[in-house]
Design a protein around this ligand. Structure first.
Ligand SMILES: Nc1ncnc2c1ncn2[C@@H]1O[C@H](COP(=O)(O)OP(=O)(O)OP(=O)(O)O)[C@@H](O)[C@H]1O
Length: 268
């Protein structure tokens, strides 16, 4: 479904070129909810943004739904991008448009005729539980409600992939819980593959089927719920491995074969 092969992204001029992401190879299966965690500046957002070409990789290939996106010219990239929705920490809603207008905006961009837009807007708002807010403006909504509108907008064109960049970091615990439940529903009911960047380990534990840990632009560890069965509650003083798997003093075998970094290296 999503394959990144040897992708790198550099910022800065030739004299001060710095790798934000370096030679990352990652495969995400259809139907997965994949978490990307790691310390600040590790390259998580840059990696996420390369999946829909918001950042073009300097090296490597990005294949989504069988299409090699990094080779597509801009005009062919646009329809491919409609298969990939995205939501952000700060919601990125249009403040001068109503809730319905925000959802309609992505349909307009995709060239959906006016006659079909209204019905689809209502369906999407119903899916996120905000049909009653159709004619309100973003300023009248809570943070959790704004993120629901952003999700409605992101799913309007029936994407197969949803990218989430710190979707709950600006929310209180109750709104966070509601958004996580909604993302899970979208994954299960609509079959949308989700990739989520987060610094919140409880988000990972509640939602993700597979996880990548990033450090200094590289993926240093990978886990899957199926193989490693994530521990019930996070303890933020522990390494990523311990947070995911629990205290594993006698039980490191689950992840050790696939881990490229030592436990000390992933301590923040
Ligand atoms: N547009 C840009 N121009 C220059 N440098 C950038 C740009 N975007 C990211 N970087 C740099 O690339 C590195 C990785 O940034 P990125 O935002 O991907 O990390 P992150 O893991 O998502 O961090 P955070 O958790 O703090 O958001 C950082 O050193 C950052 O300063």
């Amino acid at each position: 479904m999503i394959t990144l092969q040897g992708v790198s992204k550099y910022f800065g001029g030739t004299d001060r070129r710095q790798a934000a992401v370096e030679e990352v190879t990652l495969h995400i299966e259809a139907g997965d909810i994949h978490g990307i965690v790691g310390s600040s500046g590790a390259g998580k957002s840059t990696l996420l943004r390369m999946i829909n070409m918001l950042e073009r990789p300097d090296q490597g290939t990005v294949t989504v739904n069988g299409e090699r996106l990094n080779e597509l010219p801009e005009r062919r990239l646009r329809p491919a991008r409609q298969q990939i929705g995205m939501i952000f920490q700060q919601f990125n809603l249009l403040h001068n448009r109503t809730v319905g207008g925000n959802v309609a905006a992505s349909l307009e961009l995709a060239g959906v005729p006016r006659s079909r837009r209204q019905q689809r807007v209502r369906e999407c708002l119903e899916q996120v539980g905000l049909l009653d807010k159709l004619n309100e403006y973003p300023a009248q909504l809570s943070g959790g409600q704004k993120q629901r509108v952003a999700i409605a907008r992101a799913i309007a064109n029936h994407p197969r992939v949803l990218l989430c960049d710190e979707p709950t970091s600006a929310l209180d615990p109750r709104s966070t819980s509601g958004i996580l439940e909604l993302l899970q529903q979208i994954n299960e009911q609509l079959g949308v593959t989700i990739v989520i960047v987060t610094h919140e380990m409880d988000v990972v534990k509640r939602l993700c089927s597979t996880v990548s840990v990033m450090e200094h632009g590289r993926i240093t560890e990978s886990y899957s719920r199926e193989h490693d069965s994530f521990a019930p509650a996070p303890d933020y003083t522990l390494s990523y491995r311990e947070q995911l798997l629990g205290r594993t003093d006698n039980n490191h075998s689950g992840a050790s074969g696939r881990s490229a970094a030592s436990q000390n290296e992933v301590n923040e």
